[in-house]
Structure formats: C-alpha cells, structure tokens
Design a protein around this ligand. Structure first.
Ligand code: C5P
Length: 220
C-alpha cells in the first residue's frame, strides 16, 4: 500500500514542451517528452493527491486518475495554469516552455518559392509563467520550478540554479542537466533540489518515477 501522505492536497503539474506555430503546419519546439512531469503526476495521484496535469504536446500517455488539460502554445499553457493554480496547494512547473514565439503566424504554408534563399523570423518574448505564478501565489501555496541546463559542471550548474531560483521567486527549484542524450526524452534523470535561499534540500537519480517520489518527499 502506498503512503497516502498527499491525500486531500490539490496539485497542478505542467508537463511536456510548448510549440510555437510558424504557419498551419510548422512550429518551433523542444525535445521535452513530458515523462518527468507525467511521473510527478502519477506519483502524486498514487500518494492521494487530486492532480491536474497540464500537458503540452505530450509524447506519452497521461496516467489514470489525473485530470488532463491539453495545451499547445506557451500562451495556452499560461492561461490553463493560471486558472488551475488558483486553488492548488502545490504547483510544479515541469514543462519546457518556449521563451520566444514568432511575432507573426502565417495563415498559409510559408513557401520557399516565394521566400528564396533566406527566411528571417522575428520572435517576441513569451511571459514567464513560473515567475508570474510565484509572485502572485496565495498564502501557503508551494511553487516549484525546473531548471534544465546544458551545463555539466556541478558547481556551475548549482550557481545557475541559485540565480534562477532568485529570478523566478519560487519556493523550490529542481535542477537537472540536459543535453543531446541526457534529461530530455530519456527514461532516467538526475536532479538536485534547491530550497529557498539556495540550499540543497535533496538529490535524486534513477527512473523518472523514483525522482518524482523523491521530489514529493521533500515537498511533503
Ligand atoms: O528560464 P527557464 O526557462 O530556464 O526556467 C525554467 C522554469 O521556468 C521551468 O519551471 C519552466 O516551466 C518555467 N518557465 C515558465 N515560463 C517561461 C519559461 C520557463 O514558466 N516563459
């Protein structure tokens, strides 16, 4: 029998990667599969939480006993998360969010025949959902961010994580190293958890489900 130490808690998890359309058939995206966020949703539901999973272009099936809200773009993710977060005890932002989106979305396919040898795209900044949520969080709500960094040196990774925690103003930051063959779209993960003030409050490695349970242990 699993420990039901999250019974009665409402948890919102974002997962996957946002896609920003260029035209009706193309987008700018990232290689996040959604597996770590889905593992968090599954682990939280197993521990008794009422879970809302906001899934951006998930490549794997969402777990049972979880309310799934599918989204595509960062602006859709922002709207869905802000609504779902209103009465949540914990918000975990595991989704890989596009920092920029094309300024204009073409209403028909962009064609090389009309573009020629160069195609210039102008991108505009997306809102930072995590920073917005953290700054407006209701009393007692715990907001958790993720920092996927390509830095591999541990001290440099931690320094980047601490700076990000400060910028975002969240309660916890899950720092992990990602690259061509690690972190994104893989089965396993290795993370360091930073708490307020930048202290290391946990570390975990193994399957994404093991990592998810360890993160939840710290939050509990
Ligand atoms: O700044 P960076 O993208 O590295 O921050 C990662 C964290 O911030 C993740 O938790 C991600 O879900 C969140 N994020 C966000 N809105 C953005 C960019 C990132 O909420 N526009």
């Amino acid at each position: 029998e699993p420990v039901r130490d999250l019974a009665g808690r409402r948890i919102v998890v974002t997962a996957g990667g946002t896609r920003e359309p260029l035209d009706p058939v193309r987008f700018i995206g990232n290689r996040s599969s959604g597996k770590q966020g889905i593992a968090l949703a599954l682990a939280a539901a197993t521990r008794g939480a009422e879970v809302t999973l906001i899934g951006a272009n998930l490549e794997v099936d969402a777990p049972a006993h979880v309310t799934v809200i599918p989204v595509g773009t960062t602006l859709e993710l922002a709207a869905a998360t802000e609504t779902a977060a209103r009465d949540a005890d914990i918000v975990i932002m595991a989704a890989a969010v596009a920092d920029y989106r094309p300024e204009r979305v073409a209403d028909s396919k962009i064609k090389k025949e009309t573009q020629g040898d160069r195609l210039e795209l102008t991108l505009v900044r997306n809102p930072d959902i995590l920073a917005t949520l953290a700054s407006a969080r209701p009393a007692g709500q715990v907001v958790v961010g993720f920092a996927a960094e390509t830095e591999t040196d541990r001290d440099a990774l931690l320094a980047q994580g601490r700076a990000k925690l400060e910028r975002k103003g969240c309660d916890f930051l899950v720092v992990n190293s990602v690259g061509w063959s690690t972190g994104f779209a893989t089965e396993g993960n290795a993370v360091i958890l930073l708490g307020r003030g930048g202290d290391i409050v946990g570390e975990a490695s193994g399957t994404k489900l093991t990592v998810a349970d360890r993160i939840l242990d710290v939050l509990v």
